[in-house]
Design a protein around this ligand. Structure first.
Ligand code: ZN
Length: 297
């Protein structure tokens, strides 16, 4: 797609709205490479979830969060290392404590520079937002789970294990039953498989299915996806169903020794037939390619 057809990947804080008491989401307005961003408040601290793409977007988010915090201490976390979620963290240095799961910190260190180059190749509007990006290391790192006390509100942060990336993290706000999933869940679009051999083959559809089974079981009232509209718990089941169907339809063809090109064509047609309203159809074939490389454990 040519540059001019894509809206600039710009976070617009004017669209921010309160989803629950002292919890605001800056919605992505379905703009590509803009994530849903959360600002979660407690008595003495405020947690920001996601930075937006690059330092310019992050400045907007930080300005919004600082005004919202009204002197409360700021924390920052990101759901995974992908550029529109995490490549504005430098802007928060000295202003917020950057807290991450260790697998995500490792992803950022190992693959951050490669993704910076890859994303700069996505066109001028994206490259512009990535000018001056410096990849930073987190201030605090945890391994599996962390409870962040914001004062009168405890937020649960959990590393899910390998799925959309090696270092996915979900964030739960138990008192209002809200789950932030990052790119484990999108609404209105096909699941994003960042399958870019030989540079990145870390996405695991099988791991992702296991993660989704666990998330479905937690049955949250509200789900804030990585991209797309805020949703109820049904979206978790929808994503799980899609991933399982993608796996099954891919494997039944692979196991009958069909060539990969035909597998992609047939499975893609099936999935579009199933979800004609979903965008991001190109991600289906990356999902098929990824599942072709995985085997039952
Ligand atoms: Zn992602």
């Amino acid at each position: 797609m040519a540059d001019h057809q894509l809206p600039d990947p710009v976070v617009q804080t004017t669209g921010a709205h309160e989803l629950a008491r002292d919890l605001v989401v800056i919605p992505n307005r379905r703009v590509d490479l803009v994530p849903n961003i959360g600002v979660i408040g407690g008595d003495h601290s405020v947690l920001v979830v996601e930075t937006g793409l690059g330092p310019g977007n992050a400045e907007e988010v930080l300005a919004f969060a600082s005004e919202y915090a009204k002197g409360r201490r700021l924390y920052l976390t990101t759901t995974h290392f992908h550029p529109e979620h995490a490549f504005g963290a430098q802007t928060f240095a000295g202003e917020a404590t950057y807290l991450l799961n260790s697998a995500q910190a490792a992803d950022l260190a190992a693959k951050g520079p490669g993704y910076l180059g890859m994303f700069r190749g996505l066109g001028a509007p994206v490259a512009r937002q990535l000018e001056g990006v410096e990849l930073v290391t987190p201030d605090l790192v945890y391994d599996n789970a962390y409870e962040l006390d914001l004062g009168g509100r405890v937020v649960q942060m959990r590393a899910t294990g390998r799925a959309h990336t090696r270092g996915d993290q979900v964030i739960t706000v138990p008192d209002v039953d809200i789950l932030f999933t990052g790119d484990l869940v999108e609404t209105g679009q096909f699941a994003i498989f960042p399958w870019f051999p030989p540079y990145d083959v870390d996405v695991s559809g099988l791991g992702w299915i296991e993660v989704m089974r666990r998330l479905v079981a937690t049955d949250p009232e509200v789900v804030v996806p990585g991209h797309g509209d805020i949703s109820g718990p049904q979206i978790l089941a929808d994503v799980l169903d899609y991933l399982e169907l993608l796996r099954d339809e891919t494997w039944v063809r692979r196991d009958s020794a069909m060539n990969e090109e035909t597998i992609v064509a047939e499975v893609k047609a099936l999935m579009i037939e199933r979800h004609p309203e979903w965008t991001g159809q190109d991600w289906i074939e990356k999902g098929v390619d990824s599942f072709c490389a995985e085997h039952p454990s």
